[in-house]
Design a protein around this ligand. Sequence first.
Ligand SMILES: [Zn+2]
Ligand SMILES: [Zn+2]
Length: 300
Amino acid sequence: MNSATQARPSLVEMFSNRQSRMGIFFFLVMLSFHIGALQIFNFQWSWFAFGIFFISYVMKIVGVTMGYHRYFAHRSFKTSRFFQFIMALAGSSAIQGGVLWWAGHHRGHHHHSDEEEDLHSPVTHSIFHSHLGWMWARDCFKPIKYKLLDFARFPEIRFLNKNYVLLMIIQGLSFYLLGEYLGQAYPLLQTSGWQVFVWGFLFATVWTWHITFSINSICHLFGSKRYNSHDESRNNWLFAILAFGEGWHNNHHKYGWSARNGFFWWEWDPIYYMLKVLEKLGIVWDLRTPSPAQLVDINS
Ligand SMILES: [Zn+2]
Ligand SMILES: [Zn+2]
């Protein structure tokens, strides 16, 4: 029975079921972050606050798109155990659940893209469900079908995967303490713990959420289709800019194993450019990319 045909559970059932409790927890965390992020309007605009936000946004989006997505979910390049850990840690900062959970769900998305089993398809569900609602539904917390056995063998990755709530608390505290320190050590910045907490932690997290969640929702509805990928994935230039190359989603669904999502010079893909630099430095290697013949083969 799929989620659309399930009877609505009673309140008692909801709280006695672990999967439902997880959905409620995710809902409350996300609601709190949204309310907290609105507090940016309580602080006077400053370039410093914007800079803290921007640095945090880059850390979160690179962690989740290079790390969680292109590396852990798709294995599109290779790296050392140390840098693998760094990517999992940076991805955790985006507060989108544990790395094994996230990447396992994402492998399921590619196996069943825009079919009934796809948990966040805007084609078989509503756009709201594909964007946010699926994370509050109990189906989201059922045992994952596409387990990441390839990465679950690393104890440090299992630790990060399990303790994502603890990491969230440490991150929030770190932003607050950084602001307190900078406010006292450099009074000209006119900052405080709360300012850095709100701009760097709450607002940057909410911003990054909606950018990355739009790949699931908007990029399966709006944009162009170059390839026959057997789903409704689209290339969307706006989200390619905002999500550092992830908006070339039809390209990605065609060749999910590729380390590059922008296939031509005009398709802006900063994550791939970063990977090329990291490759030159010897930090990553064996980047997998489609051949020129595959790129122009739009019907295979
Ligand atoms: Zn997709
Ligand atoms: Zn993917």
